[in-house]
Ligand binder design. Structure first.
Ligand code: GRF
Length: 211
């Protein structure tokens, strides 16, 4: 079994989508073994507890330097035998040290069609505010591997979502979550667990299943 750690900071609806996929038998070969929260009040922690998944809270401010924090995070993940890390709304910076230790084994979900509305400062409602400001007709979500560039890693899956007249950042955020994020993330994790993702020259290929 591939052990999966899900890193969270907020409501945890994407974590819930993963928990539901697991109980529906869709994460063949993988198991959510640990949920790590960047703060103790993340509702995601309740979701994990309800599902019987072990949790840890790691506050960045409890560590005097980024290097100390990184070492503790890597230690925690290694101690638990984690083979895949999923960032599901995790608001603490993942440093180059962690990225290189888990190269092509960290997945992130971003609520836009990368390379639009992404990078430094593009998180939460801001992403949808900027999409509405620009007047795009279509937005969506992207699941990608994490590298040293913010939202710049190899793209695994994307799904488009319509922007509708009268949309507010909140209504758009909700539609992107429902129509794209909650489907894409479990799908990408399942592909990883089935060992069907290959990264070459910064691009991902998805292996077809032999029939
Ligand atoms: C999602 O919009 C995700 O795309 C972004 O952070 C949000 C997390 O929401 N990275 P939730 O905690 O999964 O409900």
């Amino acid at each position: 079994m591939l052990k999966i750690a899900v890193l969270v900071s907020g409501g945890g609806t994407n974590l819930q989508a993963l928990i539901d996929a697991q109980s529906g038998g869709k994460l063949c070969g993988g198991e959510i073994a640990l949920v790590v929260a960047s703060n103790g009040s993340a509702y995601a922690l309740e979701r994990a507890k309800k599902a019987g998944i072990p949790t840890e809270v790691m506050l960045r401010r409890s560590f005097s330097s980024q290097a100390d924090y990184d070492a503790a995070l890597i230690g925690l993940l290694e101690k638990n035998g984690i083979g895949l890390i999923v960032l599901a709304g995790f608001m603490t910076i993942i440093s180059a040290q962690v990225v290189s230790r888990f190269r092509n084994r960290i997945i992130n979900i971003h609520p836009s069609l990368i390379p639009s509305f992404c990078g430094e400062g593009y998180y939460g409602l801001r992403v949808h505010e900027e999409a509405l400001k620009r007047g795009v007709r279509v937005t969506g979500a992207t699941v990608h591997f994490v590298n040293e560039v913010c939202d710049g890693g190899p793209i695994i899956l994307q799904k488009a979502v319509d922007v509708l007249p009268g949309d507010t950042p909140r209504s758009l955020q909700e539609r992107v979550m429902k129509q794209a994020e909650w489907k894409l993330l479990p799908e990408a994790v399942a592909l990883f667990c089935e060992n069907r993702l290959r990264v070459e020259d910064g691009r991902v290929t998805i292996k077809e299943v032999q029939s």
